[in-house]
Design a protein around this ligand. Sequence first.
Ligand code: SF4
Ligand code: FES
Length: 257
Amino acid sequence: MSESNRELIFEIFRYNPEDPQSQPRMQTYRLDEEPYMTLYRALNRIREKLDPGLQFDFACRSAVCGSCGMMVNGRPTLACKTLTSDLDHTIRLHPLPAFKLIGDLSVDTGTWFREMAERVQGWIHERQPFDPQAIEERMDNQLADAIYESDRCIECGCCVASCGVANTREEFLAPAGLNRIARFMMDPRDRRDDDDWFDVVASTEGVFGCVGLMACHDVCPKELPLLEVYAYLRRRALGSAFVRRGESPGAAPGKSG
Ligand code: SF4
Ligand code: FES
């Protein structure tokens, strides 16, 4: 951990799309580094001391809410999880691409994730009507773990921002959308089968739209196993013909097969 008296130089993207006078530009701020300083704290210092108009988002300050995703020196990450001591003294910040810009470093990830959830119908489609008297059904522990892994997504948008395809083709469901699909494909309580999923998964809006650069896997701040999720979806898509013949569709992410 650095205890140095570094002066940090922030070069921050500024633009207000609501203001016709506003022009996209980079603005420079200088700030004394503090021990254990995160980017979240540095941005708050800049807003308190230097520029109350600077826009950026945060809520939890502990990598849980997914609000503070931004491009840090060209890489999408969470501001609240990034220590300035891990960065060079000049720090360039941009908003996440692929999302609607609200202003400066603030983007609208909420609309993107809501539309994605509606597209994939990201909720359990129950096999039978809810019965409050029913005895709880046990789930295989490994399968429950795999579903839990996918559910750890905090919807920060870093994987979407890192994805060349998601940045150029709006219809691509992007890593976060495909992760959501895998979560419900794995869930034995969901009645949708491979045939129901086939059109969306086995298409260029689905897993076959991915060109395999896998930056999403590298940047996910929650370290979700996105490589395994993609492999699982490919197996399920390619195996759907076998499923119709009653053969195995493939194991959940994290399992062999
Ligand atoms: Fe963020 Fe990871 Fe979820 Fe993508 S998969 S939105 S990078 S937590
Ligand atoms: Fe919640 Fe960073 S402030 S994830």
